[in-house]
Structures are given as structure tokens and as C-alpha cells.
Design a protein around this ligand. Structure first.
Ligand SMILES: Cc1ncc(COP(=O)(O)O)c(C=O)c1O
Length: 390
């Protein structure tokens, strides 16, 4: 499948005003209703027989949600999509649609911690096992895949930013008869379209860049009509994690500026990452854009990356001294955020978790927002100065 050379222009064409909304509204109205009634028994029967497609009940089909699904499907070069109440609802509904007791999943290392916990707790109770491999090692993946039902990946991963050769991994999964799923939240549909590289299903936490304003929790799954149809019939109606019409409307609003926000996050994060890489107290910067060429199938980079301090910096002090970067998980909104890995390790050791998620406690993750790159670099410098251990 060929993709456009300019991802921004292509996305803007997909997102352009289509002029088809009720009342000629320039913004799609919110169909804020739980149910839709029928004009006659005959119409109701026709709908229930599947001869007519129209909304009946919002858990199944809502026009505002559908519009969002169609826009994201087009951005990802997919045939169909389903919106969900969260990224985790999208991930769990997609995975659970295709596994049954006795099945095995192969997963790349360092995936989003709650996806990992889903695999290590709920799926284990279902007698589904998960083997973790370094997805950058194609031979290790080749060795692990025979007999697996599903291959799950993120690229880049959202803590150490491991970039995978998405096309090669999708091919290995397909050669072994496994369905491949990728979490594409980091790159967004603007900077990576994994379906064009042979991946079967794409999931997003739409709470991140797609929403883009830190005011909605949502998810989406995109793929072929057949595979999305299987999720729609096997798990989506019964697990019930549906996207609400109002949240779909917020996401449609977010999509309109997604290409430009991604360009702005990319430029600012690269600037901040380069400045950090120059510092003697920063041991490593995990950012996929610092090499000569973009790895994997990436067409650009986002605002999320991490780095490792040497022992001279007191990380809690550094986090407290920051002014623009707020302490907080999630990412993808206008605001800059910081999360020290050591605090996630504390959570990982708690009762609700099966993991040590394998990231060094000297790692700090940043989300670079839209406050202005020079102000952000200055903020980091003053906080590091404040946090130097004497
Ligand atoms: C990479 C990644 N995938 C999935 C999720 C889960 O999404 P949600 O919080 O919308 O359920 C997150 C949330 O932080 C994430 O960072």
C-alpha cells in the first residue's frame, strides 16, 4: 500500500470539512442520545434482520461516534474502526476477541504497563500465556512466534522508546499465522500508519494525541472490515466499553488540529532532547529522532521521550523544582509533563500489579508540550541546578 510523502498534507485532506452534517452545521452535532426509535414495525424488522443499517442504541451505533471512527480509519488507511471508552478498553476488546484458553501471545518488551498487567493477570487466569521478546531482535521473534495466536507490539515503546521494524515484524507474524496488533499511540496516525506495513490491527489510546487536550479518555481500534467486524461481534457489545457521543465529539475536534500539533510537539521535543543530550549529567537520551534517519516505519516523532540522569541529580528534587513540566502520567496534551520511573516502580511493587516493568530508576520521562521550547529548556536547566546533589 502506498502512502503520501507529506503526512501533514494528506491528513489535512482526510480531515477537511465534508459539509455533510445535519442543519449544514460546520461542526458535526453531538447525537447525545441513548436510543433511536423506528417509524414503523417494518423498519424495525428490516434493521434487526441486518437489511438496513441505522442507529438503534448508542452502545452499538451512534452517528457522532461513527463519524470519529470513519475519520480515524481513513487516517490509518483502515477499512473500519471502533471507538472505545478508553485505550485499555480498545486493547482488551481487541486482544480478547482473538484468544481463548490455551492460546499463546508473543509480546515485545516494555509495553504500556497496564497492557502488561492485563496480560499477566486477567489473561493468565484465562490460561492464555504471554512470552516477551526483544522486538528489535527479529531472530528472537522468529523463534518465539511459531504456534502463537497473536503478536502484540508498540513502536516506539512508551518508556524506553524502543523502535521496531514494524514491517518485518508484521511479516513474521503473518508467516506464522498470528494476528498482529500494534499500539500506535506514540506516533499517532500522522507519523505512522502500521496497516500500510502489514500489521493487522492498530490500537490507540485516543486520550493522548488524538484527543490532544487532556480532557477525554478514549480508545480506538482500526483494521480490515473482517477483523474489526470480529471485534464488533465477539467482544465490543458484551464488554461494553463504548465511546460516548460527547467524547467522540471532543475527539473529532482534536483531530482537526492533530497534524499541526504533532509537528509542534516534534520540533519542541527534538530541541529539548538535543539540549539534554549535551549535558554531562545526562547519561542517555531515549528519543528515536536523534539519529541520522528515522527508524522503523516512522515519518516523524512525537513529544514523548525519556532520558537517564547520572548519580549527581536528586530526581525527586528535580521533579519538584520544575515549573512548566507538571508531575503527571498520560501525555499528548498541550502541557509538558514529567514522570520519574522510580515512582512507577513503587506502583509496580504494589498490590495491583504483577510487574517490575524493567526500567531503571534513573530514567525520567518527559512529555514536551506546546509552551515554547526555550522556556522548557530553561525550566529543565534551573531544576537540574536545584537538584544537584552536593
Ligand atoms: C502507550 C499507551 N497505550 C495505551 C494506554 C491506555 O490508554 P487509556 O489510558 O486511554 O486507557 C496508555 C495510557 O497511558 C498508553 O500510554
Amino acid at each position: 500500500m502506498s502512502t503520501s510523502a507529506d503526512p501533514i498534507a494528506r491528513a489535512m485532506a482526510v480531515l477537511a470539512h465534508d459539509g455533510n452534517h445535519a442543519y449544514d452545521a460546520v461542526v458535526p452535532p453531538i447525537a447525545q442520545t441513548s436510543l433511536f426509535t423506528f417509524g414503523s414495525y417494518a423498519e424495525m424488522e428490516e434493521t434487526y434482520r441486518g437489511q438496513k443499517v441505522r442507529p438503534t442504541y448508542t452502545r452499538g451505533f451512534n452517528p457522532t461516534v461513527r463519524l470519529f471512527e470513519e475519520k480515524v480509519a481513513a487516517l490509518e488507511y483502515g477499512e473500519d474502526a471502533i471507538g472505545f471508552a478508553s485505550g485499555m478498553a480498545a486493547i482488551s476488546s481487541a486482544v480478547l476477541a482473538f484468544v481463548q484458553p490455551g492460546d499463546r501471545i508473543v509480546c515485545v518488551e516494555h509495553v504500556y504497563p497496564d497492557a502488561y498487567r492485563l496480560f499477566e493477570t486477567y489473561l493468565r487466569r484465562m490460561s492464555v500465556t504471554v512470552d516477551y521478546v526483544d522486538g528489535r531482535d527479529l531472530d528472537a521473534v522468529r523463534r518465539a512466534l511459531p504456534g502463537a495466536r497473536l503478536f502484540y507490539m508498540e513502536s516506539p515503546t512508551s518508556w524506553l522508546m524502543h523502535v521496531h521494524d514494524v514491517a518485518a515484524l508484521a511479516r513474521i507474524a503473518r508467516d506464522n499465522g498470528a494476528i498482529s496488533i500494534i499500539d500506535n499511540s506514540w506516533a499517532s496516525p500522522i507519523f505512522q500508519q502500521p496497516l500500510t506495513q502489514g500489521v493487522d490491527l492498530v490500537v490507540h489510546s485516543a486520550s493522548k494525541y488524538i484527543g490532544g487536550h487532556s480532557d477525554v479518555v478514549a480508545g480506538v481500534v482500526i483494521g480490515s472490515k473482517q477483523l474489526v467486524g470480529e471485534i464488533r461481534s465477539r467482544t465490543y457489545p458484551y464488554l461494553g466499553g463504548k465511546l460516548s457521543p460527547f467524547d467522540a465529539w471532543l475527539l473529532l475536534r482534536g483531530l482537526r488540529t492533530l497534524p499541526f500539533r504533532m509537528k509542534a510537539h516534534e520540533a519542541a521535543a527534538l530541541h529539548v532532547a538535543r539540549k539534554l543530550a549535551e549535558r554531562p549529567d545526562v547519561v542517555t537520551v531515549h528519543h528515536p529522532g536523534l539519529g541520522n534517519a528515522l527508524p522503523g516505519g516512522l515519518q516523524g516523532t512525537s513529544g514523548l521521550f525519556s532520558f537517564e540522569f547520572d548519580d549527581s541529580v536528586d530526581i525527586p528534587k528535580f521533579a519538584d523544582a520544575l515549573r512548566f513540566f507538571k508531575l503527571g502520567v498520560s501525555w499528548g496534551g498541550h502541557e509538558s509533563l514529567v514522570v520519574p520511573a522510580q515512582v512507577v516502580r513503587v506502583q509496580a511493587a504494589g498490590p495491583n500489579s504483577a510487574i517490575d516493568f524493567g526500567v531503571s530508576e534513573r530514567v525520567v520521562r518527559l512529555h514536551v508540550g506546546l509552551e515554547g521550547q526555550d522556556a522548557l529548556v530553561a525550566d529543565l536547566s534551573q531544576a537540574i541546578k536545584e537538584a544537584k546533589m552536593s
